[in-house]
Design a protein around this ligand. Structure first.
Ligand code: TYR
Length: 848
C-alpha cells in the first residue's frame, strides 16, 4: 500500500547510530521460495545508545529472535523492528525466511535465470535480514552459504569450502550495502594480478555456461584498472581474490560489492561478433569504475546517502581519467560533455533539479542521477583545476590516510583540500549545495594594447535553491593571434563575483579569445563576441575541445536559424566542417565527432532557453535537412574517406581501430543520403564484427531497405540476449517519428519481449522515450504507450519504473496540447492506489 503521507528524510536530521556492530555472521540456506537467513550480530552500545534498538527489515518473515541466547519478542512494522536491549554489549541472533524467486524488484536477494544474486545498494540489505541498514554502520562479515550449486560466492576471502557449502570472511569493515552473495551454475574465466607490493590476487569473471567467449576483454580491463590505480593514485588491492559476476537481470550497470562486483551482463560481456566499439569502451569504463570504488566508496564510504556524490562523483572522475589515459583524452572529454548536456542539463534545469549533495529525499533510489554522478565528477574536475594537479594528488593521499575505514561527508572531503592548500573552500562548496546550471556570459574590449574579458554569472532560482549566490567558476582561457598563434597560453581565470573582468596587458594586436577550454566548468556559456570568432576557432583553436565546441556552436546556430526562420544551412559552418573533415592530420575519431550536431532534445532545450516553444517535428525535419546539407558539402570526399578508413587487420576494440570505424561509418551514413542503401547492404553482408553489422543495419533501416537484413539478423542472433536487445532497440530508434509508438507497440508483442528484464524493457520502451520527435509526436501515442507500460511495471520493479519517469521531466517546454496530453498520463498514473514510493516521488516532482 502507498504510505498515507510519504516520509521525507532530511540531511539536517542526521543522527549517529547508538551502537557499534563489532561482528556479523550470516548463514544462508538457499531455497527459491524459502531461503532461511540466520544472523548473529554483536552490538556494543555507544554514548548515543538508547534502551531500544531499531533494525531495518522489509518483506521478511521472522522465525526467531534472541538476545544473548534469550528469546525476545520485538515489535514489528513493515519498515523493521524495535526491541529493548541491554546497556552492555550483546549478541543479537535472528532467523528469517525470504522468497528470492518472487523478488522481481531486483533488490535484496533475488533470482535470475536460476541463479541467486543480491543487490543491496542503497537499501536492499534490509530485505535480506534485520539490520541497521545505513552506510555509517561498518562491520566485519563472515558468511556461510549452503546450497546445491557449484559456485557459492560472497565478499572477502574464501575460508572453507566443501560440496554444497562455502564460507567467506571479509576482514575489511563495510556497510551492509556492500554485502553480496551469488550462487549458481556458473563458469569462471580466471587470471591473476600481482600487486606492486607482490601480493598475488586471483581474478575470476563468473558467467553462465555459453558466455565464456565474452570474458577476455573485461578481464583485461580489470587488470588495466588495477595497474592504473596503483600508478596514478597509489592504491593497491587488498584481498586474495577479486570476483566479478555477470547477471542478466539487473537494474543498473554494475555494483561495487567488496571483492565481489556484480555486473549487468551488458556492462561486462563482449566479443567482437556481439559487441560494438562503444559497448567495449563502456565496459572498460564500468569495470574501472567499480574497481576504483574499492578505495573511493568501500575503504572510505559515505556517512549517509546524502553524501552519495562523495563516492560516485569521485569515482566517475577517476574512471574518466582512466579512459583518457587508455584512449584519447580529447575524444573522451567531448563525449562526456555531449552526455552531460543530454542528461544532466535537462535535470538541472527542470522540476527534478537537485544539488550535487541533495538535502532531502523520499526514495534514495531516485537520486542515482546524472547530477550526483556526472555533475559530481565535474565538481571534482573543477577542484583539481583550481588547486592544480600536484596539490590534488597530495590532498588525495591525505584523504586516504586520514579517512581509511571511515564513513565520511563532503565536509571531510573539502577539508583535506583546505589542509593541503591553505585555501578557503567555503564558496566552492556552493557547487555541492546549489542546484541549477549557471549561465556565464562573456564580453570583450580592447584599448590600445590592453585586452579585457568580462564575465557575468547567473543562476536561476530552483525548487531547492531559492536564492542562489555566485559560485567559483574556473574558466580556462587562452588568447590567439589573428594568425592562429597562441599569444597567451591557457590559464585558469577564477570567476568568483557575479560579474568580473580580467585584463591582459602588452598585446600588440587584438586577440581572439578561446574561453572555457576543455569545458572547464559545467555551465552554459553565452558568447557576446563577434560571429567570426567562432569560425576562426573552428579553424585554428589549439585546444581540441574548443575547436570541436566552435563547430558545435556554428551547427547549433545554423540549426536554430533553420528551425526559427527557415534559413538555409549556414555556409560558414559547412565550409569550416569541410576543412576539418578533410584534414588527415586529425585523429579519425575526432573528425567523426566533428560531424555530429546537437541532439534534437538539446535543441529543444536551447529553444526553450530562448523563450520559444520547440516543435519536435520541425526540429526533426531540419536535423534531417542538415544531414543532407553535410552530405552535399562533403560528398566528393566521402567515398575516399570510407575506403581509406576500412580496417583490414583483425578486429581490435582499441581507440585507433574504433576511431577509423567511426569515421568510415559516419561517411557511410552520409553517403546513403545521396546514394541510397547499396553500400550499407554490402557492408552488412561482409561484416565480421558487430560494429560494422549494426551500423549497416541502422543505415538500411533509415533507408527503409532493412527488412531482409532485419530478418537475417534475428535468425543469426536469436540465441543471444544482448544482441537481441540491440535488434529490438534499433527498430525503434530508426523509425520515422510517426511510426515510433507503433513500432514499439508491435515489438512489445514479440515473443521475446521479456518486459520484466530491465535491459529488454529499456531496449524498447526506453528507445521510444529517447526518440525525441517520435516520443513527442503530436498524436500523443507514445505518451500513452509509455504510461501503460509504467503502470504495468511499477508493481513488479519500482526502481526501473521510476527511472524511466524522468523522460517526462522536460514536459513543460512543449505546447499546450502536448502538455495537456502528458498531464493526463501523469495524472492517470498518479491516481493508482498502490503506486510505489519510487514512482510517486518522481511523478509528483515532475507534475509540479
Ligand atoms: N554504486 C553503483 C555504481 O557503481 C550503482 C548502483 C546503485 C548499482 C544502485 C545498483 C543499484 O541498485 O555506480
Amino acid at each position: 500500500m502507498r504510505d498515507a503521507a510519504p516520509t521525507t528524510i532530511f540531511l539536517k536530521d542526521y543522527k549517529p547510530f547508538g551502537f557499534d556492530v563489532t561482528s556479523v555472521a550470516l548463514t544462508f540456506d538457499l531455497n527459491p521460495h524459502a531461503t532461511r537467513v540466520k544472523s548473529r550480530i554483536a552490538f556494543a552500545p555507544t554514548s548515543d545508545a538508547e534502551e531500544e534498538i531499531f533494525l531495518h527489515g522489509e518483506n521478511l518473515t521472522l522465525i526467531s529472535a534472541r538476545i544473548d541466547g534469550q528469546p525476545v519478542a520485538p515489535e514489528i512494522t513493515d519498515q523493521g523492528l524495535t526491541c529493548k536491549v541491554p546497556a552492555t554489549p550483546f549478541v543479537w541472533e535472528a532467523e528469517v525466511e525470504i522468497d528470492p524467486a518472487n523478488n522481481t524488484a531486483l533488490e535484496g536477494l533475488y533470482m535470475s535465470n536460476g541463479m541467486y544474486c543480491t543487490q543491496c545498494e542503497a537499501e536492499g540489505f534490509r530485505k535480506i535480514t534485520y539490520y541497521p541498514d545505513r552506510p555509517d554502520v561498518m562491520s566485519v562479515f563472515t558468511v556461510t552459504i549452503n546450497g546445491p550449486h557449484p559456485v557459492l560466492l560472497s565478499n572477502g576471502n574464501p575460508v572453507n569450502a566443501s560440496e554444497g557449502r562455502a564460507e567467506w570472511h571479509d576482514p575489511w569493515p563495510k556497510p551492509a550495502y556492500l554485502f553480496a552473495l551469488v550462487a549458481g551454475d556458473l563458469v569462471a574465466h580466471s587470471d591473476s594480478f600481482t600487486t606492486r607490493s607482490g601480493q598475488e590476487v586471483d581474478l575470476n569473471l563468473y558467467v553462465r555456461p555459453g558466455d565464456e567467449g565474452k570474458c577476455a576483454f573485461g578481464m583485461q580491463a580489470l587488470k588495466d584498472s588495477m595497474k592504473w590505480d596503483e600508478d596514478v593514485y597509489g592504491r593497491e588491492y587488498d584481498l586474495d581474490v577479486f570476483n566479478i559476476v555477470a547477471v542478466d537481470d539487473f537494474n543498473m550497470g554494475a555494483m561495487e560489492n567488496k571483492g565481489l562486483n556484480i555486473f549487468n551482463s551488458s556492462a561486462v560481456l563482449a566479443s567482437p561478433e556481439t559487441a560494438t566499439d562503444s559497448n567495449f569502451e563502456r565496459i572498460e569504463a564500468i569495470i574501472a569504475h567499480e574497481y576504483f570504488h574499492n578505495w573511493t566508496g568501500n575503504r572510505i564510504t559515505c556517512r549517509d546517502w546524502f553524501q552519495l556524490c562523495l563516492k560516485e562523483g569521485l569515482t566517475v572522475f577517476r574512471d574518466s581519467q582512466f579512459t583518457s589515459d587508455m584512449r584519447s583524452a580529447p575524444v573522451k572529454r567531448i563525449s562526456d560533455v555531449i552526455e552531460l548536456r543530454a542528461r544532466q542539463f535537462p535535470e538541472d534545469q527542470g522540476p527534478l533539479a537537485h544539488p550535487v549533495r541533495p538535502e532531502s529525499f523520499q526514495e534514495i533510489n531516485n537520486f542515482y542521477t546524472a547530477t550526483v554522478y556526472e555533475k559530481g565528477a565535474e565538481v571534482i574536475g573543477m577542484l583539481r583545476r583550481l588547486v592544480g594537479a600536484e596539490a590534488y594528488s597530495k590532498a588525495l593521499d591525505l584523504y586516504f590516510d586520514r579517512h581509511d575505514g571511515q564513513a565520511c561527508t563532503i565536509e571531510d572531503w573539502l577539508k583535506v583540500f583546505e589542509d593541503t592548500t591553505g585555501r578557503d573552500l567555503s564558496q566552492f562548496k556552493r557547487w555541492y549545495s546549489q542546484a541549477g546550471t549557471p549561465t556565464v556570459t562573456v564580453k570583450d574590449a580592447w584599448y590600445a594594447g590592453t585586452y579585457i574579458l568580462t564575465f557575468t554569472q547567473d543562476l536561476k532560482p530552483s525548487a531547492t535553491t531559492a536564492d542562489p549566490q555566485p559560485q567559483v567558476i574556473p574558466i580556462v582561457t587562452g588568447l590567439l593571434s589573428p594568425s592562429g598563434e597562441e599569444l597567451v597560453p591557457s590559464q585558469v581565470l577564477e570567476l568568483t563575483e557575479a560579474s568580473q573582468s580580467f585584463t591582459f596587458e602588452g598585446l600588440s594586436e587584438r586577440p581572439i579569445p578561446s574561453v572555457l577550454r576543455g569545458f572547464s566548468a559545467p555551465v552554459v556559456l553565452q558568447r557576446d563576441l563577434p560571429e567570426e570568432h567562432t569560425a576562426f576557432l573552428l579553424a585554428h583553436d589549439t585546444d581540441p575541445f574548443n575547436r570541436w565546441e566552435a563547430g558545435r556552436d556554428l551547427a547549433r546556430k545554423s540549426l536554430l536559424g533553420m528551425i526559427r526562420e527557415g534559413a538555409a544551412p549556414d555556409a560558414k559552418y559547412l565550409d569550416g566542417l569541410r576543412a576539418v573533415f578533410a584534414d588527415d592530420s586529425l585523429d579519425p575519431a575526432y573528425r567523426a565527432l566533428m560531424l555530429g550536431v546537437p541532439g534534437q532534445s538539446d535543441l529543444a532545450r536551447t529553444l526553450h532557453e530562448l523563450g520559444e516553444v520547440p516543435d519536435p517535428q520541425a526540429i526533426w525535419d531540419n536535423a534531417e535537412g542538415m544531414g543532407r546539407a553535410q552530405a552535399d558539402k562533403l560528398g566528393d570526399l566521402l567515398p575516399g574517406i570510407y575506403d581509406q578508413h576500412q580496417v583490414r587487420e583483425p578486429y581490435q576494440p582499441n581507440a585507433e581501430q574504433s576511431g577509423r570505424r567511426s569515421l568510415a561509418n559516419a561517411a557511410l551514413r552520409l553517403m546513403s543520403l545521396t546514394d541510397g542503401p547499396d553500400r550499407a547492404q554490402a557492408q552488412y553482408d561482409a561484416a565480421d564484427n558487430m560494429t560494422q553489422q549494426l551500423t549497416a543495419l541502422s543505415v538500411l533501416l533509415r533507408q527503409k531497405a532493412g527488412d531482409d537484413a532485419l530478418r537475417a539478423f534475428e535468425q543469426q542472433w536469436s540465441h543471444d540476449r544482448l544482441v537481441m536487445d540491440k535488434w529490438f532497440g534499433l527498430q525503434v530508434m530508426q523509425a520515422e517519428p510517426n511510426q515510433v509508438a507503433s513500432t514499439a507497440q508491435r515489438l512489445t508483442e514479440h515473443a521475446d519481449f521479456n518486459w520484466k528484464n530491465p535491459n529488454r524493457f529499456r531496449a524498447v520502451i526506453g528507445a521510444m522515450a529517447s526518440h525525441h520527435a517520435g516520443f513527442h509526436h503530436e498524436s500523443g501515442a507514445a505518451y500513452t504507450l509509455l504510461a501503460d507500460w509504467l503502470i504495468k511495471l511499477d508493481p513488479v520493479n519500482p526502481q526501473t519504473t521510476a527511472r524511466m519517469c524522468s523522460v517526462f521531466q522536460t514536459w513543460k517546454r512543449y505546447d499546450e496540447s502536448r502538455q495537456a496530453k502528458i498531464a493526463a498520463e501523469l495524472d492517470r498514473i498518479l491516481a493508482l492506489p498502490d503506486l510505489s514510493r519510487d514512482t510517486t516521488e518522481m511523478l509528483t516532482r515532475i507534475r509540479g
